[in-house]
Design a protein around this ligand. Structure first.
Ligand code: ATR
Length: 290
């Protein structure tokens, strides 16, 4: 282990945490979370568990047996793990995916911090007040679902989900509608019009992600000057979509914040302490540069 990931004190009181996925060795979560433990002086250590779908049941029994206090869950286990837990938080249940487990003395509770992590980062970094805003979400997959669910709690005036496959946008909109916010679905060929009228445009697709860094889900000139362009992608940190929107006079919001804040919420659920988000972001930025 390098100095960056080693906590100063590991002893017989150290509490274990980790992230489970398949694959997992690319994960930046251990670097970020161990930095958070060091920064707050919590005697915890966070590692990466490579677990295949066939072994997930054994892994969950291991959480209980070993008293692992907290686990983050990533691809491909976010759905399958739900059946193995004792309780699912209402938000995670509505989203249909769990990314965080809290172990309360053997009682395992599943949460989803992806959507709320995204919204907290959007508010802190680009758009402090989302109420009354017109929002366009591009894409209708798992990430769009978590984000749209969390955005609905912020009282925007309307959210329109657009997708290459319109039926998926319609399914997502109808499964989450019912509150006070207008929730629409639209085909991708309406993006130009929709972006021209939007206060916030969010890309949840992989269009523009490394190595296809020249691609963008929309043209920057479709954005209203002063609007917010937000991209879930964090490799690259500033996608072509964000670069073009910035040139157009928009505020931009990259995907790194969602990763940091989903981890910040998990840290807060596990420890009851405020997450040291500045240090967490710094540790991830450093690790991305090496
Ligand atoms: P995630 O969990 O990251 O959201 P996902 O559930 O596989 O991943 O969803 C990916 C989303 O990106 C989908 O909305 C997908 O569109 P389709 O439903 O039409 O497949 C969208 N997407 C992926 N690649 C795309 C591309 N090249 N152009 C447009 N949309 C794309």
């Amino acid at each position: 282990m390098t100095g960056e990931t080693t906590n100063e004190r590991i002893d017989s009181h150290t509490v274990l945490y980790g992230v489970v996925g398949d694959p997992i060795r690319h994960s930046k979560s251990p670097i970020m979370m161990n930095r958070a433990f060091r920064e707050t002086g919590i005697n915890g250590v966070y590692t990466a568990f490579h677990v295949t779908p066939e072994s997930l049941g054994d892994f969950v029994r291991g959480i209980r047996a070993m008293g692992i206090r907290g686990v983050n869950v990533t691809i491909p286990h976010k759905l399958q793990i739900m059946d193995l837990l004792d309780e699912i938080d209402a938000g995670a249940s509505a989203i249909g995916a769990v990314n965080t487990i809290v172990n309360n003395n053997g009682h395992l509770v599943g949460y989803n911090t992806d959507g709320i992590g995204y919204v907290r980062s959007l508010k802190e970094e680009a758009a402090p007040d989302l109420s009354g805003k017109r929002i366009v979400v591009i894409g209708a997959g798992g990430a769009a679902r978590g984000i749209t669910y969390a955005l609905l709690q912020e009282n925007p005036s309307e959210i329109t989900i657009t997708n290459r496959t319109i039926t998926k946008a319609e399914e997502l909109a109808s499964s989450l509608e019912g509150g006070a916010v207008k929730l629409n679905a639209a085909a991708s060929d309406r993006l130009k019009d929709l972006c021209e009228g939007a206060d916030i445009v969010i890309n949840t697709t992989s269009v523009g992600m490394f190595p296809n860094i020249g691609e963008s889900p929309i043209r920057g000139e479709w954005m209203k000057s002063g609007a917010v362009a937000s991209d879930l992608i964090y490799n690259p940190l500033k996608t072509t979509f964000l670069q073009e929107a910035e040139a157009r006079g928009c505020k931009t919001h990259g995907g790194l914040g969602m990763f940091i804040y989903q981890g910040a919420y998990a840290f807060e659920y596990w420890t009851g302490q405020s997450a040291p988000v500045v240090a967490m972001r710094d540790s991830v930025l450093v690790s991305l540069q090496v």
